[in-house]
Design a protein around this ligand. Structure first.
Ligand SMILES: [Fe+2]
Length: 229
């Protein structure tokens, strides 16, 4: 074949590891499970994971016991922006929201995106085998007809195989201690857990602002310059 194919415009998802001592992990686990207990009154749909951000627990990283983990996450966030060739020295970073998720057997997190933020992350404090990977969902760039790459087209034999060029979903394999970082606007979900053990993750949204907005039309200027009314 003489034709060349260029696969342009990747979505780059960053995965790394954060190793905490067992004692630190256990302390954080206990804190999160206690938070779940406190929000027992808030109704949760069957099959949904427990999400701290909608249970009044959306500033998790502000707790002192999270200080070390917060610093380690911050370092990874800055490696992520470096990977995108950004100059971190010109930016300031803020955790906007941060919360825990608890997933038990047959539970999952429905597709969603964090549209009010720039960068999102998930760190896996506990990740038992088969407790559900993270799924990224997109409208494929190559979808030349709406719905062309949906599963039914595969079942009907029109689509001969699924690959990177035609899939609307990619599942990323996750293990305990992993951190995954991605653009907040990216739609994502989790696969239902088939494990009998509980999966606990810590998620968060990060905002970036310009230290000096001179010459920049885009990106948020430092909030010191905002005018409240
Ligand atoms: Fe999310």
């Amino acid at each position: 074949m003489s034709a060349e194919v260029f696969d342009f415009f990747p979505l780059s998802v960053f995965k790394d590891k954060i190793i905490l001592s067992n004692s630190e992990k256990n302390l954080i686990k206990k804190f999160i499970i206690d938070s779940e207990e406190k929000s027992k009154k808030v109704i949760k749909r069957k099959g949904d994971a427990w999400l701290g951000d909608t249970r009044g627990q959306e500033f998790l990283l502000k707790n002192n016991i999270m200080n070390n983990l917060t610093n380690l996450i911050s370092q990874k966030i800055k490696l992520y922006t470096e990977m995108l060739s950004l100059d971190n020295d010109k930016l300031i970073f803020f955790y906007q929201r941060s919360w825990a998720t608890i997933t038990k057997t047959n539970e999952r997190i429905q597709p969603h995106s964090h549209d009010q933020s720039n960068i999102s992350f998930a760190y896996y404090l506990t990740k038992p085998k088969n407790s559900g990977n993270i799924r990224f969902i997109t409208e494929p760039q190559n979808e030349i007809a709406k719905g062309l790459f949906h599963k039914e087209k595969l079942d009907l034999g029109l689509l001969k195989k699924v690959n990177k060029r035609n899939t609307p979903n990619i599942d990323l394999h996750i293990e305990e201690d992993n951190i995954v970082i991605f653009p907040s606007k990216t739609k994502h979900a989790t696969i239902p857990s088939t494990s009998n053990d509980t999966r606990i993750s810590i998620s968060g949204d990060v905002i970036i602002m310009l230290k000096d907005s001179f010459g920049h039309e885009r990106l948020m200027p430092h909030f010191d310059n905002w005018q409240e009314f």
